[in-house]
Ligand binder design. Structure first.
Ligand SMILES: Nc1ncnc2c1ncn2[C@@H]1O[C@H](COP(=O)(O)OP(=O)(O)OP(=O)(O)O)[C@@H](O)[C@H]1O
Ligand SMILES: [Mg+2]
Length: 360
């Protein structure tokens, strides 16, 4: 059967025998006609949104059906449609329930001619569940963000503590063992005993180095003593050696006034960026730039590897999410994008510790 199509440009017209009244009255969405800012027609669902019956709502002014803080806006939207300025609108707003509370609704209404004069006819649905869901979701996100921030902070504190204990306590004990073993060695007469003592001294030296390395990887002491640039420079040196990747750093020689929280955030983000480069990029060159623009810290990490795809950027994975969270916790933001000549570029912007605008 040929579909019944109206000529293009004309209004869609339905066959005369469609039972519109039954459809409108049984509709699961609210249906209304408003003229002169007064409800002229409403089905049971529309009237029920504000706790009325259709008989009660017909004749009511829009001002009495919307909360005071929404009245002007809602009336303005009706006038814009009646005048033809904006013939059709779909928007979220609020109605006013007869028991005295606001109800969230979404409406879609258009200019029509009703009884020979302009009016607005349309549909409305309750979005109370959606609004509650959105509020819950945004609340949960906020809680999750706060949780991630506090976990990060606790983790850094713990790492700092363990690093210090390892370095001071275990490092101290091992140094004493090494010195004592050296003293014993000097007093030993037989060669084979000296060899054993030499072995103990060597082991103690290795253990001291290992403790220093573990302590340093838990918390970079250079960061506290010589600042971000020196710590990143050393990190890059180790990275270049371990992975055979050529690394370059652009930064001022003098320590930048970066602050401890911002320093550790930038350091950890660069650390994860380097780990990702080693694991995923297949790069041969890495370029890190660190500079202060006024009080704001700018860091860029660029590689010449395989590049990162939009899908990989969107996928919720711990590494990238963690980097973004760290940047956000520090009041800044992080952007990862394809490099101009291939590869991947990470750009990090961090305001001074304690928030933007504060002097470093
Ligand atoms: N520099 C890069 N070059 C190419 N691909 C990258 C780069 N950095 C990240 N990726 C891609 O983005 C994905 C997400 O990185 P992300 O750090 O979040 O996860 P991961 O390194 O796979 O695991 P982890 O959560 O342990 O860090 C990676 O799996 C990788 O495919
Ligand atoms: Mg990673």
């Amino acid at each position: 059967m040929e579909p019944h199509l109206p000529p293009s440009g004309s209004a869609l017209s339905a066959p005369d025998d469609v039972p519109f009244k039954a459809i409108v009255e049984q509709s699961l969405v609210g249906v209304y006609v408003i003229q002169d800012e007064v409800v002229q027609y409403a089905n049971a669902v529309f009237a029920g949104l504000t706790g009325h019956t259709p008989e009660e709502i017909v004749g009511m002014h829009i001002r009495d059906l919307t909360p005071p803080w929404r009245s002007e806006d809602n009336l303005q939207r009706i006038r814009q449609r009646v005048s033809g300025e904006i013939p059709s609108m779909r928007f979220r707003t609020q109605g006013w329930h007869r028991d005295g509370y606001p109800v969230d609704v979404e409406v879609h209404g258009s200019r029509v001619i009703f009884r020979g004069r302009p009016a607005v006819a349309g549909v409305a649905i309750s979005i109370a569940d959606n609004v509650r869901f959105e509020q819950d979701l945004s609340h949960s996100r906020e809680q999750l963000r706060a949780l991630a921030a506090s976990i990060n902070e606790d983790r850094e504190k713990q790492r700092h503590l363990i690093a210090r204990e390892l370095h001071d306590v275990l490092g101290g004990i091992l140094t004493s063992i090494k010195l004592d073993a050296s003293r014993i060695r000097r007093r030993l007469e037989r060669d084979e005993n000296r060899e054993i003592a030499d072995g103990i001294v060597d082991l103690a030296r290795e253990a001291i180095d290992a403790v220093r390395q573990i302590s340093e990887s838990l918390h970079p002491s250079l960061l506290d003593h010589l600042g971000l640039v020196a710590a990143v420079r050393r990190q890059l040196g180790t990275f270049a050696e371990r992975h055979g990747i050529e690394c370059r750093i652009d930064a001022t020689e003098s320590p930048l006034p970066v602050g401890p929280a911002r320093g550790i955030a930038a350091y950890r983000i660069i650390q994860e960026a380097l780990t990702n480069i080693a694991r995923h990029a297949g790069a041969t060159r890495v370029h890190v730039a660190i500079r202060l623009d006024g009080p704001v810290l700018h860091v860029a990490v660029a590689d010449n590897g395989s590049g990162i795809t939009p899908a990989e950027l969107e996928r919720p994975s711990i590494g990238l999410v963690g980097m973004r969270e760290r940047a956000r916790d520090a009041g800044g933001h992080l952007e990862i994008s394809p490099g101009l000549d291939g590869g991947t570029v990470l750009r990090l912007v961090l305001p001074p510790d304690g928030g933007a605008g504060r002097a470093p």
